[in-house]
Design a protein around this ligand. Structure first.
Ligand code: PEP
Ligand code: MN
Length: 337
C-alpha cells in the first residue's frame, strides 16, 4: 500500500501517518520526492481499513500496489531513481558506460585496457576477479590479488570499479576496493547473496538471470531493497531462447518495460547479450535508443589471447568508435554520454 501525502503536509502529520502504519503491523518506507512525500506500508495489508488512511487530512490518496514487487515498483516511487556514487549519477540524463575486460588477467593487461577505455570516455571500469565459469577447469579469476591491481589501475585513471561478487563471504573483503557490486546472471536468485547485499551501502548492479522473467528480475531487486539498500542498477544481459546464432538473445524490449514497471535505472550488456563482437555495437546503439541508462561492454586489446570472453570483446578502437556513435544517439533523445 502506498500513501501519498499532500504537498503541504507538515512533519508532524507525516509522523502521525507513519505511526498509524506501524500500529497496523506494517513497515514504513518513506520517499521524500521533489514535490511530496510518499509512504510505503510494507507487509500484509489485508486487515487494514484503507479508508482510515484516506480520511486523514494530510493524505492525498492511498494506492494498493497490485504487483508482487513493491519497493521497486513505479507505483511506490513515480519518479526515476537516480543512483549516486563517487560523484556520478546513474539514471539521470547522462548515459553511463562501464567498460573493461571480462576478467582481470594480469597487471599489464588491466593497465592497458583501463587506459584505452578511459581515453575513449568510459565512466566506470568493469572486470571480473571472481569468475563464474561454466567449466570448473576454466580460468576462475585472480581473486583478491586481481582486485587490488584493478583498483590501482582504476585509481590511476580516476575510474570507479564494478566487479562481480559470487558469495556472501566475499562482500566485506571486496568492500574497500570496489564502488559497485555486480551480481551476475547465474546468481540473480541467490537469495542469501541478495540479502547480504541488502545491508550494504554501496550500489548493486543486478544482472537479469538467463531464464528470468521480468517479474522475477524485479523480485530479485526487491530482495535487495527490502533490507534497505535502494541503490540498485538493473542490467539486461540477454536471455536464453531457441536462437543459437547468438550466445543469448538481448531482450531490448525489457528496457522500456522495466522503465514502465519500475523506477530503478536499467543498463544493457550487449557483450554477453550477443556473445559476438560484430553485434555488440549495433545492440549497444539500440539499447541507448530504447532508453537504457547505461551500458556495460567488454573490451580487450588482445581478444584472441583473452582468458575469457575474447570473441565478444571489442578492440579498443572499435570501442572508441562506438562511443562516438553513441554521442549522436544520446543527443537525438535528449541525453548526453
Ligand atoms: C560478466 O559480466 O563477466 C558476466 C559473467 O556476466 P553474466 O553474469 O551476465 O553472464
Ligand atoms: Mn564476460
Amino acid at each position: 500500500m502506498v500513501i501519498v501525502m499532500r504537498d503541504n503536509a507538515t512533519a508532524d502529520q507525516i509522523e502521525a501517518v507513519e505511526e498509524k502504519i506501524r500500529a497496523s503491523n506494517l513497515r514504513v518506507h518513506r520517499v521524500d520526492g521533489a514535490i511530496r512525500t510518499i509512504l510505503g506500508a510494507i507487509g500484509d495489508p489485508s486487515n487494514v481499513d484503507i479508508r482510515e488512511f484516506e480520511n486523514m487530512d494530510s493524505v492525498l490518496n492511498v494506492v494498493r500496489i497490485m504487483e508482487p514487487y513493491k519497493l521497486c515498483s513505479r507505483t511506490f516511487h513515480p519518479e526515476n531513481s537516480i543512483i549516486r556514487f563517487n560523484g556520478l549519477e546513474l539514471g539521470s540524463d547522462r548515459i553511463i558506460v562501464m567498460a573493461g575486460p571480462c576478467a582481470v588477467e594480469n597487471e599489464q593487461q588491466i593497465y592497458e585496457i583501463t587506459s584505452n577505455v578511459a581515453q575513449a570516455g568510459a565512466t566506470i571500469l568493469r572486470g571480473g576477479v571472481f569468475k563464474p565459469r561454466t567449466s570448473p577447469y576454466a580460468f576462475q579469476g585472480l581473486g583478491m590479488d586481481g582486485l587490488k591491481i584493478m583498483r590501482q589501475a582504476a585509481d590511476e585513471f580516476k575510474l570507479p570499479i564494478v566487479t562481480e561478487v559470487l558469495e556472501p563471504g566475499q562482500i566485506d573483503l571486496m568492500y574497500h576496493y570496489i564502488d559497485i557490486y555486480q551480481v551476475g546472471a547465474r546468481n540473480m536468485q541467490n537469495f542469501p547473496l541478495l540479502r547480504a547485499l541488502s545491508n550494504m551501502d554501496k550500489p548493486v548492479l543486478l544482472k537479469r538471470g538467463m531464464s528470468a522473467t521480468i517479474e522475477e528480475f524485479l523480485m530479485a531487486a526487491e530482495y535487495i531493497m527490502s533490507g534497505g539498500n535502494y541503490n540498485i542498477i538493473l542490467c539486461e544481459r540477454g536471455i536464453r531462447t531457441f536462437e543459437k546464432y547468438t550466445r543469448n538473445t538481448l531482450d531490448i524490449s525489457a528496457i522500456p518495460i522495466v522503465k514502465k514497471l519500475s523506477h530503478l535505472p536499467i543498463i544493457a550488456d550487449p557483450s554477453h547479450g550477443t556473445g559476438r563482437r560484430e553485434f555488440v555495437a549495433p545492440m549497444a546503439r539500440a539499447a541507448v535508443a530504447s532508453g537504457a541508462d547505461g551500458l556495460i561492454i567488454e573490451v580487450h586489446h588482445q581478444p584472441d589471447k583473452a582468458l575469457s570472453d575474447g570473441p565478444q570483446s571489442l578492440l579498443p578502437d572499435q570501442f572508441q568508435r562506438l562511443m562516438e556513435e553513441l554521442k549522436v544517439i544520446a543527443w537525438a533523445i535528449g541525453r548526453t554520454i
